[in-house]
Design a protein around this ligand. Sequence first.
Ligand code: PXP
Length: 248
Amino acid sequence: MILLGVNVDHVATLRQARYRDEDTTFGGFVEPDPAQMAWLAEDAGADGVTMHIREDRRHVQVEDVQRYLEKKKTRLNLEVSLEAKMVELALSLKPESVCLVPENRKEVTTEGGLDVAGNLERSREAVQAFTAAGIPTSMFIDPEVAQLEASAEIGSPWVELHTGSFARAWTVPGQSLPELDLLREGMKVGLGLGLRINAGHGINYKNVEGARTLDEIYEFNIGHSIISRSLTFGLQEAVQKMRSLLNP
Ligand code: PXP
């Protein structure tokens, strides 16, 4: 069985679009609430929850994570960059696992995978710090042998394969198969190195048909499409409720 981790970053993105300048951008009257959505996702069967605290705090805030942790029912996979202050912050929040991701301030969402091979010592230091705290790490990488080998070498027990190229290729006839083959090869190389293989980015209700053929993936982390679908299918109730409140 492939596990599903639900990423609620985009709930926070929507909240920040309205409440960015409030003193308190979490809990209380502001909506939507990433912690509440994470609990709902858990009630609906999510195997885990992912939140990404970015250096610029553009979506998830530290308080969101703290609030979620107070009543979590599954486990938190916290995404952070390799920056020392982010590693320290992640250690202080004590998530069940950490996914180390690249961060580029201009990107809308995480674009490429982390260059572990090119940042070997920094990556090793971060992994060692989390390992010493009993927190397993996952390196978010492109499905390349050099990155897989580097991740294993620095002692990260898991990797998360970046599925963004596959997801983008899905809509172009003939282009997704080579991307899927790259992921399959990466999955096999990683398993051979003794790594646990997660995957994610850009997986949606259509391309999941191809993604699920990577059947040795332990867990897919999926965010945007799940949050989008919840908006689509939640709209009817939301309109009906507001109409009834306007006309009691
Ligand atoms: N995995 C990682 C490491 C990510 O950074 C993201 C995006 O925040 C995801 C998975 C989920 O991607 P998406 O929102 O496209 O499903």
